[in-house]
Design a protein around this ligand. Structure first.
Ligand SMILES: [Zn+2]
Length: 218
């Protein structure tokens, strides 16, 4: 049962425009396999939700996501296509690659939020200004003279990131696109700061601290 999860739905309605590359019968956009001959289909331009067989919603059931991903990965396992022809092997590989990408986007709230905004992008003016709090943290990091100051910046940025993701989700649920866009810009800034904390910290840590006394800390 696990192995065929979603396949009925995936083979679902044929839309009349697409045809199986092998038997030429009609197939649906979402079909992984041809309903008639069972052959794997080429990669189609469908959204990440459809690729995982999920409803298109900002809040997703993580358990269902994991379940769908596991089942579809097994279905697309390269070993299953080893004795198939070049065409089928290549379609399966591309399908698997796209599946992995869709899964990565959907499981990360921030990436999912960004993707959701791009799916729903309307006529709004994209904010580009750096968020005041991000500016403040950036300044704090750039002028940090001690490693512990870097740690404090990291802590503040990490906390703001968690809160920001919740705010982003709320804005997206309420279809407040401007607000969501502003939240994303702040979150991007916070992520960049978190990325820079490490290198700044390394610069501030005297070399003998890295090499000396305490071993096994790494
Ligand atoms: Zn076919």
């Amino acid at each position: 049962m696990f192995n065929v999860v979603g396949l009925n739905e995936f083979a679902g309605m044929a839309n009349g425009n697409l045809h199986c590359w092998l038997c030429q019968k009609a197939v649906s956009t979402r079909a992984l396999f041809c309903h008639h001959c069972g052959t794997i289909q080429p990669l189609r331009d469908i959204d990440h939700f459809a690729r995982l067989g999920l409803e298109r919603r900002i809040d997703i059931d993580m358990e269902l996501l994991e379940h769908q991903y596991a089942a579809l990965s097994r279905t697309l396992n390269p070993q299953r296509f080893m004795i198939r022809g070049m065409g089928e092997r290549s379609h399966a590989a591309k399908q698997l690659e796209a599946l992995n990408e869709s899964y990565e986007v959907l499981r990360e709230p921030l990436r999912r939020g960004r993707y959701w905004l791009s799916l729903n992008e309307k006529e709004f003016k994209k904010a580009t200004d750096t968020h005041p709090f991000v500016k403040e943290l950036r300044h704090e990091l750039d002028t940090a003279a001690e490693p512990c100051q870097c740690d404090r910046v990291a802590q503040k940025a990490g906390q703001a990131l968690q809160e920001g993701i919740m705010g982003l989700m709320q804005a997206l649920r309420g279809q407040k696109w401007q607000e969501a866009n502003a939240a994303l810009i702040e979150l991007d800034g916070l992520e960049a700061i978190l990325g820079d904390v490490r290198s700044r910290r390394t610069k501030l840590t005297p070399e003998h601290d890295n090499k000396g006394g305490i071993s096994g800390v790494e």
